[in-house]
Design a protein around this ligand. Structure first.
Ligand code: GRF
Length: 196
């Protein structure tokens, strides 16, 4: 499978995919890395010899125009799967429609608990003893698409948003690599999004 991975941050989930793909037997390869800003994780492109592109949100008049350019850049690579790996922007509906169901997102909570941009903070604020990590198919809702994989992660006494997020991310990285492997091997099916 060819993957395009979209990021906004440090790209540790991306790094997990790149490391997995160093094994010749791993059935997926990252063919390009895209970002909506000057994300630190773009450096991984140079480290692994993979092309990168940036479509700065701030350079476009509105979300639709930004999304159209992002989609055009992504489609140049004809990827089998597109992975939102910490892309902190909502994609316009027509971008989702063009790519779904071959569009995955990773989320640092046990969906449908704590969707949205602050899944870790919201779990802490709610005082739950367990949160989790989820891999989903992106549909037009916010973190509302079909769940492909998820796992519980304990919230520990004294956790900060950072410490809990780091614990969740170790699980998130493993789930993402496994989900890509399962899709490639035909053990996980990507269903068309429901169009209610
Ligand atoms: C992940 O927890 C992702 O789910 C969230 O932001 C984090 C990205 O981390 N939305 P990284 O850039 O892959 O290190």
């Amino acid at each position: 499978l060819s993957l395009v991975v979209l990021i906004s941050g440090g790209g540790s989930n991306l790094r997990a995919l790149l490391e997995a793909a160093e094994d010749a037997e791993f059935p997926a390869r990252v063919v390009a890395i895209g970002a909506d800003r000057d994300a630190d994780g773009l450096d991984l492109g140079e480290e692994y010899g993979i092309p990168t592109f940036t479509v700065p949100f701030s350079s476009f008049p509105d979300r639709e125009a930004w999304g159209d350019e992002l989609l055009a850049q992504v489609q140049q690579w004809e990827p089998d799967l597109v992975i939102l790996s910490g892309l902190m922007r909502l994609l316009p509906a027509r971008v989702v429609q063009a790519l779904s169901p071959r569009l995955l997102n990773t989320h640092p909570a046990y969906l449908p608990e704590f969707p949205g941009a602050h899944g870790v903070r919201d779990a802490l604020a709610a005082g739950v003893q367990e949160s989790g990590a989820s891999i989903i198919v992106v549909d037009e809702g916010v973190d509302a698409g079909p769940i492909l994989a998820q796992e519980r992660v304990a919230v520990l006494p004294g956790d900060t948003e950072h410490s809990l997020h780091e614990r969740i991310k170790t699980v998130e990285r493993r789930l993402l690599v496994q989900a890509v492997l399962d899709i490639a091997n035909g053990n996980l099916e990507l269903k068309e999004q429901s169009r209610a």
